[in-house]
Design a protein around this ligand. Structure first.
Ligand SMILES: [Zn+2]
Length: 178
């Protein structure tokens, strides 16, 4: 399953709810998963993931905009609510918000087993397109053999670092365009 660029973080959250959390669906997935497919997450894990994401988004918003009212009832509305409640804040605050939302989009994809999502990002260090997800390290590792630290260990990036890099690049190219 691909949850590519056309999926916003909110759409991915919705997908998690409809495809991975619905009664019966998750069990079906678990039973049909084969060795070649990434193991489907168990429902409790998805449930905890969604709850943690919504909580983090809510806390971030309340800290940045204490006057923000109650969060929306529907989990997938939390990101548009975040943007609305913080649209008046300074650019760096909005940048932090955008980075959080983007990171959540990556996290949702990883929970769904869509590890290819990290390949759509250039390595923040060498700029080449060779990142792959290492589940054991919970990091995106660069395949460029010239891109390693002094001990020859390949560069590895957390989703937070990839999100930070993505938002920075987006801002830089937006500035260049104007
Ligand atoms: Zn690299």
């Amino acid at each position: 399953m691909s949850t590519g660029d056309d999926y916003t973080p909110a759409a991915r959250l919705r997908l998690l709810q409809t495809e991975f959390l619905q009664p019966g669906r998750g069990r079906h997935h678990e039973r049909t998963a084969t060795a070649t497919e990434p193991a489907m997450p168990i429902r409790a894990e998805v449930y905890d993931h969604i709850r943690a994401a919504v909580d983090e988004a809510t806390e971030h918003t309340r800290a940045a905009a204490p006057e923000a009212g109650a969060r929306p009832r529907e989990a997938d509305q939390v990101y548009s609510w975040m943007v609305e409640q913080t649209a008046h804040l300074a650019p760096e605050r909005q940048r932090a918000r955008d980075t959080l939302i983007y990171r959540h989009g990556l996290e949702h994809a990883i929970v769904m087993g869509d590890f290819k999502t990290v390949r759509r990002h250039a390595c923040p260090s060498c700029g080449t397109w060779g990142l792959f997800w290492r589940r054991d390290r919970e990091a995106a590792v660069c395949v460029n053999r010239f891109c390693a630290d002094d001990d020859g260990i390949a560069h590895a990036w957390t989703l937070a670092q990839l999100a930070e890099d993505h938002i920075t690049r987006k801002e830089t190219s937006a500035r260049r365009a104007t």
